[in-house]
Write a protein that binds this ligand. Structure first.
Ligand code: HEC
Length: 146
C-alpha cells in the first residue's frame, strides 16, 4: 500500500515537472518569436523609409524644386524647407505643391501670408502630376536631409 502511495506521489511530481518544463520552453519560444517579429518589422520600415528618401531626392531634383529651394537656407526668393512639417500640415503641403493657385483662390490664410511675404513671386507650384506618395517621399527626403 505504502509503495503504491509513493509511486503515485512520484508520478504526480513528474507530471508537474514536465508541465513546468513545457511552460518555460514555450515562454522562451514565444519571446524569441516576438523579438524576431519586432526586428523584421523594424528593418522593413527602415528599408521602406530609405527607399522613400531616395525617391524623394530624385523627385526634388527632377521637378526641379532645388532650382529655387535649399533645404537649410533661404536663397534668393526660395524658402528654406527644413522642418517644413513642423510649420505646415500635410494637407496644406500637398495642396500647395500640387496647385498653389487653388489655395490663393479660396484665400487660404497660410497661402496668402506666404505669397505676401514673398511678394507674390511665382513659385510655380502647379505640379498636379505629383501623387500624395510622391510628395510624402520628398518630405521624407527633406526631413532627413543633413
Ligand atoms: C521658381 C522657383 C520655385 C520652384 C521651382 C519651387 N518653389 Fe517652392 N517656393 C518658391 C517660392 C518663391 C515660395 C514662397 C511662396 C510663393 O511665392 O509661392 C515657395 C514656397 C514653397 C513652400 C511653402 C514653404 C512654407 O514655408 O510654407 C513649399 C512647401 C515649397 N515651396 C515646396 C516646393 C517643392 C516641393 C517644389 C518642387 C516640386 C517647389 N517648391 C518648387 C519658389 C519655388
Amino acid at each position: 500500500m505504502k509503495n503504491q502511495g509513493n509511486t503515485a506521489l512520484l508520478i504526480s511530481i513528474s507530471c508537474v515537472l514536465i508541465f513546468l518544463l513545457y511552460w518555460v520552453i514555450s515562454i522562451q519560444t514565444q519571446a524569441k518569436n516576438t523579438k524576431l517579429y519586432v526586428e523584421q518589422t523594424f528593418s522593413a520600415q527602415v528599408n521602406h523609409l530609405q527607399h522613400s528618401i531616395k525617391r524623394g531626392k530624385i523627385l526634388f531634383e527632377k521637378e526641379p524644386c532645388n532650382s529655387c529651394h535649399k533645404i537649410r537656407q533661404r536663397i534668393c526668393f526660395g524658402v528654406q524647407l527644413k522642418n517644413i512639417r513642423e510649420r505646415r500640415s500635410k494637407e496644406f503641403l500637398v495642396a500647395f505643391i500640387r496647385n498653389e493657385d487653388s489655395l490663393v483662390k479660396i484665400k487660404h490664410p497660410e497661402a496668402i501670408a506666404l505669397k505676401e511675404e514673398y511678394k507674390w513671386s511665382n513659385g510655380l507650384h502647379n505640379r498636379k502630376h505629383l501623387s500624395i506618395n510622391d510628395i510624402e517621399d520628398m518630405l521624407n527626403f527633406i526631413d532627413f536631409y543633413e
